[in-house]
Design a protein. Structure first.
Length: 512
């Protein structure tokens, strides 16, 4: 038996279809047709052409570029559809128009990127079409994309996906985007949301800044960090778990309203609402407290929702995105207090009065896993997630958290066992976290040291004492309201997306 010929890239395990495409590429090369172009100057997008043609039967010459998404050859004529960012348009190839060039068209495949030139016309069925007079292959598709099939049902085009496995779509987002225009539209709406948030904050005098991603100490949240090492400085560095401490340094320095949109990293599990790398918005306003920041958050979420709706089209097409309206029209998001809510849920007068053993028993009854090694703050947090957070549907502020859960928040006026903190929840997801920021460096040192003791006792999510941040505070930090909003989860809520991997272009996944 003869050996299989080795392909140019050394691969020998290509399937029949991929081998056939490479053979077509070779055949084109033999005809002097390059498989991969350099550029193409297009004059219009597909969506422009109906307006250009108007009611006429014949229209102007256009130059379009995009991917072949449908192909129907009939001897001396071929019909195709070209897809670009705006939509799709029919193409009409004729041998008597293209001459010898038509022979190269026979080597085209679904997924190829081409450029075409020709006049617009209307077919007998009324479809706007380009009569192709020139065609150029811009990129040969050597691997077939998983295009689905389309049919017209009750006057509407229904597409049956050939790429339905959610995990594979996340792994091969490039293919997912190429064959699913609705996924492209979804992520375009995410960009619209981010732009709206920037516009909202810029319009209120906030300054967008950038702070370090690699940090000598991590802080601003309770989370396990990713650790790396800098060779030249011979020191460990941490990928940031939050932007908070650097942004508040800027408040000390005189920037009274600052925000940052960037990636944070937490070395935690992956599930429907958690990805180790995620996008966080944090903003801080001097001379404000958590009550004022609640009002800001309500307006910001509303602005983000309007942008998403506008980008996606009719709100009726996405009923899951409507809940925020009901709350705003009722005079703001509902508010519940952390301590009374959790105490009632576990059936005690004051859940903070329970000792660690009683808290572990309560957590075990709530099906919390791994309670034996949890610190007291972690037990309280897990109990809250099990009883309260998971049951919240419409956007709701939970206010006044215990001091031991909030090392960076000011004590609540009138009850120093609690803090002036709120979190925003919707559909069982945390969307935002905010404080009247602690600006007392003496109190802050005590809380850092308490966290350090928890860390020494094995709590991997506890923070360390940040001496530089304490030094900044000692210069004097104005009263400040601060907010952190997870943009991935906010986007999930506004679009009804059920899994965080579908809200992130390239989520973190285990290697295949």
């Amino acid at each position: 038996m003869s050996e299989k010929p080795e392909l140019p890239d050394g691969s020998e395990d290509l399937n029949f279809v991929m081998r056939a495409r490479r053979e077509k590429l070779d055949a084109l090369a033999a005809k002097g047709v390059p498989g991969f172009g350099y550029s193409f100057q297009r004059s219009h997008l597909a969506s422009d052409c109906a307006e250009l043609l108007g009611d006429a039967e014949e229209g102007p010459v256009v130059r379009l570029a995009g991917r072949v998404v449908a192909w129907r050859a009939h001897g001396k004529t071929t019909f195709a559809h070209l897809g670009d960012p705006s939509g799709r348009l029919q193409l009409y190839f004729r041998r008597d128009v293209l001459g010898d060039v038509y022979d190269t068209v026979e080597y085209f495949d679904l997924g190829d990127v081409i450029g075409v030139t020709g006049p617009l016309f209307r077919t007998r069925s009324g479809e706007v079409t380009v009569r192709v007079t020139e065609v150029e292959l811009l990129a040969k598709s050597l691997r077939p994309l998983p295009f689905g099939k389309e049919e017209v049902v009750d006057g509407k085009t229904v597409r049956h996906s050939a790429f339905s496995d959610g995990e594979q779509r996340s792994r091969q987002r490039y293919a997912d985007l190429a064959v699913h225009p609705e996924v492209r539209a979804l992520f375009a709406s995410r960009s619209a949301m981010t732009r709206a948030i920037r516009t909202f904050l810029d319009g209120r005098g906030f300054l967008e800044v950038e702070t370090p991603v690699l940090q000598p100490l991590y802080g601003g949240a309770l989370a396990k960090p990713f650790v790396t090492h800098h060779n030249t400085l011979d020191m460990p560095l941490y990928l940031r778990i939050a932007d908070e401490l650097y942004l508040k340094r800027l408040i000390v320095g005189g920037f009274e309203r600052v925000y940052e949109i960037g990636h944070d990293f937490r070395n935690e599990g992956i599930d429907r609402t958690h990805n180790p790398e995620f996008t966080m918005l944090e903003f801080y306003q001097a001379y404000a407290d958590y009550v004022e920041m609640m009002v800001v958050v309500e307006s910001l979420v509303g602005a983000a929702a309007v942008a998403v709706r506008s980008a996606l089209g009719s709100a009726a097409d996405r009923p899951d995105a409507a809940a925020f309206d009901v709350s705003l029209e009722a005079g703001g998001f509902p508010r519940i207090e952390w301590l009374p809510a959790l105490s009632a849920a576990v059936g005690v007068v004051d859940v903070l009065a329970l000792d660690d053993g009683a808290l572990r028993s309560q957590a075990t009854r709530a099906n919390v896993q791994g309670v034996a090694t949890m610190s007291r703050p972690k037990l309280l947090d897990e109990l809250f997630q099990a009883h309260i957070e998971s049951a919240i549907d419409v956007p709701t502020f939970v206010v006044d958290y215990p001091l031991e859960l909030s090392p960076l928040a000011k004590p609540k006026r009138g009850n120093p066992a609690l803090t002036e903190r709120f979190e925003l929840f919707a559909r069982g997801k945390e969307l935002a976290n905010a404080f009247s920021e602690l600006n007392d460096p003496i109190d802050q040192r005590r809380r850092f040291e308490a966290q350090a003791r928890l860390k020494a006792d094995g709590d991997e999510e506890a923070t360390m004492v940040d001496e530089d941040y304490l030094r900044a505070m000692e210069y004097g930090m104005p009263p400040t309201g601060g907010v952190g909003i997870g943009l991935d989860r906010l986007f999930m809520y506004l679009t009804g997306t059920q899994h965080i991997r579908d809200a992130i272009l390239f989520p973190t996944m285990r290697p295949e």
